[in-house]
Ligand binder design. Structure first.
Ligand code: KIV
Length: 271
């Protein structure tokens, strides 16, 4: 008798069941085939094709420049690698704000052209129409509140959000609205841990934190930060699990030395 190799895919329902069972949800970013394959084989629950690709992959200062076509390119590379994780793709800046028809068209392009499973949008009440429209087409939507990097020029800085009561109240109102509209999960970024806990307790849908404290229903990090590939981004919420920048540099320096000294290739490495 052969053992079935079929992998059970994570769906939005799996995530809800995880929250209901108090099982924490793990989420990381991925933008390309090779990295997505490693993360998926490691057992990650959600892979986010984040617009942080704008920073990490393209070297831009903000997430604003990345285009819908570029997001679709990254997402389809990830989709080809993944067997188990739920794949969520960021709608990039300018592809959904203030225009629900455009939001729907953008979401449909991502789903059709990449094969991903869901999209993410930043904002609360101000993008209500866009969220409703996308959901009405059967596309699962993940919300994103707190520090929303697409609005960085409105905030002016990357400091912790919702420390004051008024902004905290607004965030809670927005979170409840997103849940009511039908978002399947919400990312909360860089907010006080107490607020992260409160929102997670008050809402039934999973709350995934990045700098939202230990009591959210799950955690997300940018993979390149977590693996120590990016060097210059060290916020308090980040835990680095490797120093791949140094490891990769060391390996590259060894390769260069081997080429220069004519050590590579050797007899066994040639035809
Ligand atoms: O684009 C991204 O990587 C994100 C995460 C920080 C949540 O939105």
């Amino acid at each position: 008798m052969s053992v079935s190799k079929e992998v059970k895919r994570i769906t939005v329902h799996t995530l809800q069941a995880m929250k209901d069972k108090n099982e924490k949800i793990s989420m990381l970013t991925a933008y390309d085939y090779s990295m997505a394959r490693i993360l998926d084989e490691s057992g990650i629950d959600i892979l986010l094709v984040g617009d942080s690709a704008s920073n990490v992959m393209a070297g831009h200062e903000t997430t604003l420049p990345i285009t819908l076509d570029q997001m679709i390119y990254h997402a389809s590379s990830v989709v080809r690698a993944v067997k188990k994780a739920l794949i969520v793709v960021d709608l990039p800046f300018g592809s959904y704000q203030g225009n629900s028809t455009k939001a729907l068209e953008s979401a449909i392009r991502i789903m059709k052209e990449s094969g991903a499973h869901a999209i993410k949008m930043e904002g609360g009440q101000e993008i209500e129409d866009s969220i409703k429209r996308v959901l009405s087409a059967g596309v699962p939507v993940m919300g994103h509140l707190g520090l929303t990097p697409q609005s960085i020029y409105k905030f002016g800085t990357y400091v912790v959000r919702a420390k004051e009561q008024e902004e905290a109240m607004r965030l809670k109102r927005d979170a409840k609205l997103l849940e009511k509209l039908g978002c399947f999960a919400i990312v909360v970024e860089k907010i006080p841990a107490k607020l992260g806990k409160e929102v997670s307790e008050q809402l039934t849908v999973p709350i995934i934190g990045i700098g939202g404290g230990k009591d959210t229903d799950g955690q997300v990090l940018v993979t390149h930060d977590m693996l120590g590939i990016t060097k210059d981004f060290q916020p308090r919420f980040l835990r680095t699990y490797a120093d791949l920048f140094s490891e990769m540099k060391k390996a590259t320096q060894q390769y260069i030395a081997d080429v220069k000294s004519n050590d590579f290739p050797n007899e066994k490495e040639q035809y």
